[in-house]
Ligand binder design. Structure first.
Ligand code: NAD
Length: 258
């Protein structure tokens, strides 16, 4: 019950890491509003988690790339929860693209969801957290934002922007007792499995040497419930009150054991 009484928004809650974070927060006693664009699975996931308790979960629709949608959803969530203490923000999209041929459409889509979505959710969360006396914002970056990423030019540029934004927001909002960090995960989720399914055999082999071979903990992507959720509970808790502005790999060593 480490998060008993905490008022939390989790974006991207319909699947993958967002769903695992939702489960962990409710298990730790928090009151959570879960948000996604995919409403059918979002509703079902939140209802299932709510039934398990001991915390609570309910679902609200959001498109994180749209200011009005974020304003509306976050206002409804903060009203429902009576304030806001934590934002966990894994919602994002991933597409392949090549530096030489990436289109303006791909580039803008990646920046709209992954970068503008981070700015908007953080900015609106900051407003409610400031009124609540402080809080913790947990963004999602990527190893793709830390190194050359030949297969995902726009995605990696967008994740690099998330890293820079996280540092700036942390530097600006520390004065309001609000911490801002970013997780750099390597987890077996639908996003990862879909990318692997789209890849050719040659691309899968290249991906092993590029991405999995340096995962010291078994050369496999992690399990979000087992490997990510406990870290997310800690970063949401008061025990992490002096950690801010950090890019935190939860990746079995992938980023730094290359
Ligand atoms: N899977 C990995 O190993 C990995 C590696 C590095 C970084 N990441 C990052 O971790 C985060 C979580 O990834 P995941 O693997 O769980 O992804 P996922 O694709 O499994 O889940 C992402 C969720 O975000 C939602 N979403 C997408 N666009 C949205 C929008 N506009 N508004 C609201 N919700 C939206 C989707 O509907 C989905 O439920 C992402 O930010 C991703 O870029 C993942």
């Amino acid at each position: 019950m480490e998060l008993q009484g905490k008022r939390i928004i989790v974006t991207g809650s319909a699947r993958g890491m967002g769903a695992a974070i939702l489960r962990a927060y409710v298990r730790a006693g928090a009151r959570v509003v879960a948000m996604d664009v995919t409403d059918a699975t979002g509703v079902a996931e939140a209802a299932q988690v709510h039934a398990m308790g001991p915390g609570t979960a309910e679902y609200m629709h959001v498109d994180v790339s749209d200011r009005q949608s974020v304003e509306t959803a976050f206002a409804a969530a903060a009203a429902r929860l009576g304030g806001l203490d934590v934002l966990a923000h894994p919602a994002a999209i991933q597409r392949s693209s090549d530096a030489g041929s990436v289109t303006v459409e791909d580039w803008d889509l990646m920046f709209a969801v992954n970068v503008r979505g981070t700015m908007l959710t953080n900015q609106v969360a900051h407003r409610y957290m400031k009124a609540s006396g402080g809080g913790s914002i947990i963004n999602f970056g990527s190893i793709s934002g830390q190194r050359a990423e030949p297969s995902a030019a726009a995605y990696s540029a967008a994740k690099g922007a998330v890293h820079a934004w996280t540092r700036t927001a942390a530097g600006t909002w520390g004065a309001d007792n609000i911490r801002v960090n970013a997780i750099l995960p390597a987890m077996a989720t639908p996003m990862y499995r879909e990318a692997m399914a789209r890849a050719t055999e040659a691309e899968r082999t290249a991906s092993f040497w590029r991405n999995r071979s340096s995962i010291a903990m078994g050369q496999e992507y992690g399990d979000p419930d087992r490997d990510l959720a406990p870290v997310m509970v800690f970063l949401a808790s008061d025990g992490a009150r002096f950690i801010t502005g950090q890019l935190i790999p939860v990746d079995g060593g992938q980023t730094n054991v290359r």
